[in-house]
Unconditional design. Structure first.
Length: 143
C-alpha cells in the first residue's frame, strides 16, 4: 500500500537512496527537513511493513516538481515505480497543481521510460546539471 512518509521511515529510505544514487544520495537529515516543509509531499510504498520505494513532490503555486522516486533494487520491475508515480500525479492534481515537472539523468533509461509512459513530455535539457557530462532532461505533464 502507498501511504504518507513518516519520520520513522527515513533510515530505510536513506538506505534505498544510497544504493540508488551513490554519491548523489540525500542524507537522513535532508529527508527530515523535507518532511517538515509544508510544500513537500512524500509517500512510501509499504510492502507488509517493509519500505519498497518512495517518492515525493514540491507543490509551488500551481506546479508540482517531482523531487525523487526510487524503488528498492530487489523490488524493481513489479510496477511499484509506476504506482508511486501515479500516486504523485493524483495527489498533485488533488492539491490543485495544473502541471508537473521533473529532471532525469539523460542516461537513466528505466526512469525516462517510466515517465514517458505516464505521459510526461520532453521539454529540453540542462547541460552538466548533475556533473560534468551528466545532463538533465526536463519533462512536463499537464495535469
Ligand atoms: C526508475 C525506477 C523508479 C522504476 O521503478 P520500477 O518499480 O522498477 O518500475 P515499474 O516496474 O513500475 O515499471 C514501470 C515502467 O518503468 C520502465 N522501466 C522500469 N524498469 C525498466 C528497465 N529496467 N528498463 C527500461 N524501462 C524500465 C518501463 O517503462 C516500465 O513500464 P512497463 O512495465 O510497461 O515496461 C527504478 O528503476 C529505480 O528506483 N531506479 C533508481 C532510482 C532512479 O533512477 N529514480 C529516478 C530518478 S529521476
Amino acid at each position: 500500500m502507498i501511504r504518507e512518509m513518516i519520520a520513522s521511515d527515513i533510515p530505510a529510505i536513506a538506505a534505498i537512496e544510497r544504493e540508488a544514487f551513490g554519491a548523489h544520495a540525500w542524507s537522513q537529515n535532508l529527508f527530515i527537513g523535507e518532511l517538515e516543509d509544508a510544500s513537500k509531499h512524500y509517500y512510501v510504498f509499504d510492502k507488509d511493513g517493509m519500505i519498497a520505494g518512495y517518492g515525493g513532490f514540491a507543490h509551488i503555486l500551481d506546479e508540482a516538481h517531482i523531487m525523487n522516486i526510487a524503488v528498492e533494487r530487489t523490488c524493481r520491475g513489479h510496477g511499484i515505480g509506476k504506482a508511486l508515480l501515479q500516486e504523485l500525479i493524483g495527489r498533485a492534481k488533488d492539491a490543485g497543481a495544473r502541471a508537473m515537472t521533473l529532471e532525469v539523468r539523460a542516461q537513466n533509461f528505466p526512469a525516462i521510460s517510466l515517465y514517458e509512459k505516464a505521459g510526461f513530455v520532453y521539454a529540453g535539457s540542462r547541460k552538466d546539471y548533475y556533473a560534468k557530462g551528466e545532463d538533465a532532461l526536463i519533462y512536463w505533464l499537464t495535469l
